[in-house]
Design a binder for this molecule. Structure first.
Ligand code: 5GP
Length: 187
């Protein structure tokens, strides 16, 4: 029987750069499969259905939760986000490694269901830098920025629940640390 793939969870506060890190990681290691989440958030300019997210209504999201179609889900800054179960399970069964880029509550749920998952937390160099990055991104209104910053503080306090913490001070250094964590854990 072939060996099951590994589940890798990447978590970190909004604005920490985990999306950029994950994109670079996938470019270098196309054998990794990135799970596409479902969300009730409105698409941002440039975001593509089925590529960045599956954008759904609140009703649709609730139906997916009731039908147990989500591996984990959470509410974040006024919207719902969740990981479709089937593709993740299929890729893992085929022996492929799967990446989830999700927030803290979802990462905690994964610990209950996939105890073997490798859970990595990305930290900002400091809070001032994180705030600047969120504001600079300019994709959210003032209220959303405030909510994201509140949530970021709470998430950072939980960083030591994770198997590994990586500071994203320098992108290349953070990427090398991420690769080392993933590829030395017997994939
Ligand atoms: P954004 O709105 O900036 O795309 O994402 C907001 C937060 O939701 C980020 O921390 C992101 O990692 C997280 N997120 C994205 N997809 C999922 C998901 O499927 N489940 C959970 N729990 N969080 C997610």
């Amino acid at each position: 029987m072939s060996k099951a793939g590994k589940l890798i969870v990447v978590t970190g506060p909004s604005g920490v750069g985990k999306g950029t890190l994950v994109r670079l990681l996938l470019k270098r290691h196309p054998q990794l499969y990135l799970s596409i989440s479902t969300t009730t958030r409105q698409p941002r300019p440039g975001e593509v259905e089925g590529q960045h997210y599956y954008f759904v209504s609140q009703d649709m999201f609730k139906q997916m939760v009731s039908a147990n179609e989500l591996l984990e889900w959470a509410e974040y800054a006024g919207n719902y986000y969740g990981t479709p179960r089937k593709p993740v399970e299929q890729h893992i069964k085929r022996g492929e490694s799967v990446l989830l880029e999700i927030e803290l509550e979802g990462a905690r749920q994964i610990q209950q269901t996939f105890a073997n998952a490798l859970r990595i937390f990305i930290l900002p160099p400091n809070m001032a830098e994180l705030e600047q990055r969120i504001r600079r991104r300019g994709q959210d209104n003032q209220e959303a920025i405030a909510r994201r910053l509140e949530r970021a503080k709470a998430e950072i306090e939980a960083a030591d629940e994770f198997d590994l913490q990586i500071f994203n001070d320098n992108l290349e250094d953070a990427l090398v640390s991420l690769e080392a964590a993933i590829f030395t854990k017997q994939m």
